[in-house]
Design a protein around this ligand. Structure first.
Ligand code: PLP
Ligand code: LYS
Length: 415
C-alpha cells in the first residue's frame, strides 16, 4: 500500500497531482510520500510489539535528510555503512546512540569519528577490523561497543548481487569461526561485546531464510553464554522484500511474528535494519517522454530519466512498474522499451511495456523510493534529479536538482 493513486485518471502523490509537481519542478524528479514513509516505519516498530527493540533504518536505501529527519522524530535508530551516512544522520537530528555501523571496509578515520560521537555499536566483519578498532579505541581511551557480523551460510534466494549471507560472499565472519573470534574479542582491552549481527541479503520474499539464519545465530548465542560471553542484543539485519511485480513478500507483521516465535522469551533486545521495505514503495521517479522512436524491430520510448537516475534495471535487470501519469490514452497502444539518453545499451528503465503514450507525456516508475536516488550518479555529466516530499497537500523540495556548473566544481585544469 502506498499513497500514489489515480483520481479521475490522474496520478496523485497523497493529495497533489503528480503532473503539478512535474510542471513546477521539472523532470526527472523523485517524489516521496511522507505518510507512506511513516506508516512503513511504524509497521516495523509495532510488529515487534512489547519485545525490547530498536528499528535501525538502513540509510543507504534513501539517505535524504528530510527522510532521515522523519524517522529521527519517530525515535528511529539508523544503520550506516560510511562516515558520510553518519554525518547525514547527525545533520538530520538522529541520535548517535541509536546508530549501528555496518560494512566490511571501515576506515580508521571513520571509526574514530563514530567512537567520538558515541554510536550504539560497530558491526565488525573481520578480525583485522576488530584489531584496528581496539587500537583506535585505545588511542581515544574509550571502549568500542561491538557485535560480530556472522555469516550463517544461508541462501537468501534473491539476486546473486544482493545475497550477502553465503560463505563465498565478502560479508561477515563465518559462523563456524565466530565463537573463537568472540573469545579473542573478549580479551581485547578496548572492545566491549554487546551483540551479534547477521544480514543475509536484500529483497527477500520468503521468511524461511531469515528463520534459518536466526536458528544458527541462536545456537551461537547459547554457546557464547556458556563461554561467559553474554549477548545483549540480536541484530537481525534488514532485507525484507517488497512487491515490485508479482512477488508476494511477507508483511512486516508476519515476518516479525515468525522471528518472535523463534526468539520465544529470550531477553535480548532485537535490532532490525530495514531499508527497502520502508522506503521502496514510498517513492516514484517521474520522467517525461522526449521522443517515440518506432523501428522495424522495436518501439522505443526515449525518456529524460536514465540509468544514472535509476540504476536498478541496468544493474540487476530489475523490473519496476512504469505507469502513465495521465491514464487518458494517447496514441496507439504499443509495446515499448523505455530507455534513457545515456550512451549505453544497458540504459533502460523497462522493456516491452504496453503503453498508450505520445511525446511529451509523463511516466512514473513505481517503487523507486529505495535504491533510486541513493544509487544515482552523474554519468554522462547529467545532473542528479530533484527530490520532492509530499505531505498531504504540501509540496516540499527536499533536494534541488543539481546545477550544471556544480557538476564540475572542484575540478581544475593544469597550470
Ligand atoms: C548490513 C545491511 N543492513 C541493512 C540493509 C538493508 O537492506 P534492505 O534494504 O534490503 O532492507 C543492507 C542492504 O542489504 C545491509 O547490507
Ligand atoms: N541496491 C540494491 C540493494 C542493495 C542492498 C544493500 N546491501 C537494490 O537496489 O536492490
Amino acid at each position: 500500500m502506498d499513497h500514489f493513486n489515480y483520481q479521475n485518471g490522474e496520478l496523485y502523490a497523497e493529495q497533489v497531482p503528480v503532473a503539478t509537481i512535474a510542471g513546477q519542478h521539472g523532470t526527472p524528479c523523485y517524489i516521496y510520500s511522507r505518510a507512506t514513509l511513516e506508516r512503513h516505519w511504524q509497521a516495523f516498530d509495532q510488529a515487534l510489539g512489547d519485545h525490547p527493540h530498536l528499528i535501525c533504518y538502513a540509510v543507504k536505501a534513501n539517505a535524504n535528510l528530510a527522510v532521515l529527519n522523519l524517522f529521527a522524530r519517530l525515535g528511529s535508530g539508523f544503520d550506516i555503512v560510511s562516515q558520510g551516512e553518519l554525518e547525514r544522520v547527525l545533520a538530520a537530528g538522529g541520535d548517535p546512540a541509536k546508530v549501528v555501523f555496518s560494512g566490511v571496509g571501515k576506515r580508521a578515520d571513520e571509526m574514530r569519528r563514530a567512537l567520538e560521537v558515541g554510536i550504539h555499536c560497530f558491526n565488525v566483519e573481520s578480525e583485522s577490523e576488530l584489531r584496528r578498532l581496539n587500537q583506535i579505541a585505545a588511542e581515544l581511551n574509550l571502549s568500542a561497543p561491538v557485535s560480530l557480523r556472522v555469516n550463517p551460510d544461508v541462501d537468501a534466494r534473491t539476486h546473486p548481487y544482493i545475497s550477502t549471507g553465503l560463505k563465498e560472499n565478502k560479508f561477515g565472519i563465518g559462523i563456524d569461526e565466530a565463537q573463537d573470534v568472540y573469545t579473542r574479542a573478549a580479551d581485547l582491552a578496548h572492545i566491549t561485546i554487546v551483540g551479534i549481527d547477521c544480514h543475509i541479503g536484500s529483497q527477500l520474499t520468503e521468511t524461511e531464510p531469515f528463520l534459518d539464519a536466526l536458528r544458527r545465530v541462536l545456537l551461537l548465542v547459547d554457546q557464547l553464554e556458556q563461554d561467559g560471553i553474554p549477548i545483549e542484543h540480536l541484530d537481525l539485519g534488514g532485507g525484507l522484500g517488497i512487491r515490485y511485480h508479482e512477488e508476494t513478500p511477507p508483511e512486516p507483521g508476519d515476518y516479525a511474528a515468525a522471528l518472535r516465535e523463534l526468539l520465544a522469551d529470550r531477553p535480548q533486545t532485537i535490532l532490525l535494519e530495514p531499508g527497502r521495505a520502508i522506503a521502496g514503495n514510498a517513492g516514484i521517479l517521474v520522467t517525461q517522454i522526449e521522443y517515440l522512436k518506432p523501428t522495424p524491430d522495436k518501439n522505443f520510448a526515449i525518456v529524460d530519466a536514465a540509468m544514472n537516475d535509476l540504476m536498478r534495471p541496468a544493474l540487476y535487470n530489475a523490473w519496476q512498474e512504469i505507469i502513465p501519469v495521465n491514464t487518458e490514452p494517447h496514441g496507439d497502444p504499443r509495446y515499448y522499451d523505455v530507455v534513457g539518453p545515456v550512451c549505453e545499451t544497458g540504459d533502460f528503465l523497462g522493456k516491452d511495456r504496453a503503453l498508450s503514450v505520445a511525446e511529451g507525456d509523463l511516466l512514473a516508475v513505481r517503487s523507486s523510493g529505495a535504491y533510486g536516488f541513493s544509487m544515482s550518479s552523474n554519468y554522462n555529466t547529467r545532473p542528479r534529479a530533484a527530490e520532492i516530499m509530499v505531505d498531504g497537500d504540501q509540496i516540499h523540495v527536499v533536494r534541488e536538482r543539481e546545477s550544471l556548473a556544480g557538476l564540475y566544481a572542484g575540478e581544475a585544469t593544469l597550470p
